[in-house]
Design a protein around this ligand. Sequence first.
Ligand SMILES: O=P(O)(O)OC[C@H]1O[C@H](OP(=O)(O)OP(=O)(O)O)[C@H](O)[C@@H]1O
Ligand SMILES: O=c1cc[nH]c(=O)[nH]1
Ligand SMILES: [Mg+2]
Length: 210
Amino acid sequence: MDVHVVDHPLAALRLTTMRAAETDSGTFRASLHELTTLLVYEAMRGIAAEKYPISTPVAETTGTRLANPPLLVPVLRAGLGMADAAHAILPEASMGFVGLARDEKTHEPRAYMESLPDDLTGRHVVVLDPMLATGGSLVACCEMIASRGCTDIDVICVLAAPEGVERLRASGLVPRMTTASIDEGLNEEAFIVPGLGDAGDRQFGAYRRF
Ligand SMILES: O=P(O)(O)OC[C@H]1O[C@H](OP(=O)(O)OP(=O)(O)O)[C@H](O)[C@@H]1O
Ligand SMILES: O=c1cc[nH]c(=O)[nH]1
Ligand SMILES: [Mg+2]
């Protein structure tokens, strides 16, 4: 798995705002939106593009278009905050949805939504989730995608723990991941340290779902 850590001052600024405990929910969402644009821009540097003939008002020339527009898959809830920004910079993309919530005690993901095309053979899928902690959620999501025939998966997250990166790598399902930071590790509640807290709660509010 190719791991790309985006090292850019503008990404670091947004990440700083998201990390700070005093940042309010609206500002957190705005920073996540802006950071997602930067992460997707970097992650898509190698996306397959093809040339085709176009006309400007002045002359014939060559244009560029995506050879295989991707399927975006935000992981609910927290990945929802990345969906609009990713779709804005990749307007040709379509979108599927996966819903996962981590059990507070076992930290195992529980799936409550799997809204994906039946056949993903030959498709390029871009998975969006701000947090890669133990890796259980993203591996579960990528297993859903791979079971539909997809072998070309990009994972884009804001923060990753080394434990999660290794688990995703060991799954053998993901050729590439992009993140703004690989943090120190996990605490006893499997939260990323220093991290930013619960990315879903900080966007949408804290409440018990199961
Ligand atoms: O790598 P893991 O240990 O699996 O943890 C990461 C997962 O935890 C968060 O979701 P959460 O379960 O809190 O659901 P939410 O987005 O609805 O808050 C996050 O958005 C990831 O999906
Ligand atoms: O630090 C963490 C770990 C899992 N999920 C989050 O939202 N934050
Ligand atoms: Mg959460």
